[in-house]
Unconditional design. Sequence first.
Length: 274
Amino acid sequence: MSFTLQGPLLLVGAGKMGGALLSRLLERGLDPRLVIVQDPEPTGDIADLLADHAIDVLPYIDELSSAPAVILLAVKPQVMDTVLPQLAHLVDAHTLVLSIAAGRRIAGVEAHLPKGAAVVRAMPNTPAAIGRGVTVAVANSSVSPAQRGLADELLSAGGGVMWVTDEALLDPVTAVSGSGPAYVFLLAECLAEAGRAAGLDADFAAKLARDTVIGSAALLEQSDLDASALRRNVTSPGGTTAAALEVLTGPKGLKELMAEAVAAATKRGRELAK
């Protein structure tokens, strides 16, 4: 796959998510000669990736003078107010500003950029690193159909892309899919620990829990049935699964806990967003 860019792609912030998306883009055919990275000091695997592809790394934004086709914002939200004013002179009518920075609303990005700047805000999740993520995106009114298509193409390097028109939905989206991998990993942790407590060797229980989560996710992906139907198919009346589910679905069970968890994450997202 090749990407149709009318200029360079500037990645601002080569951390885990920014670096993961860049890695996927390069794997899918993005010409590394079109990539410029601004980061004071990329480290680890990301530094190796940039070196392997001979990608220019700028310690400071003011070293770049011409407008990129895409500015991909992947910095931590607490430094956005410092970084964005330095980018304003690079944004023209043709520039797409694509933000994957958590907790920053479109209005907070627009406030530092020229009027009419095309801004897409997106929330990916960590499975994007292996191309199995899901990203939800929202565009401001200045984004053209072509720019939306370009944003969709870039984000799809990390997996599926879904679009919403109401930016307020990105708070519950973050709580479900952005934070969701942590919930799944916690489930694997707890399942392994429960197996250990029931008498299994710790390493054996960890592998058993891990492979069970992986296999169940694969079945959910490939089946025409939804999650509730698949759950019922595993549950024989009066059997072992039914005994376990009676606990998990009882008062203060998994359903209630998950609803509280997503509500708490949504609330915190609204508190952090600017």
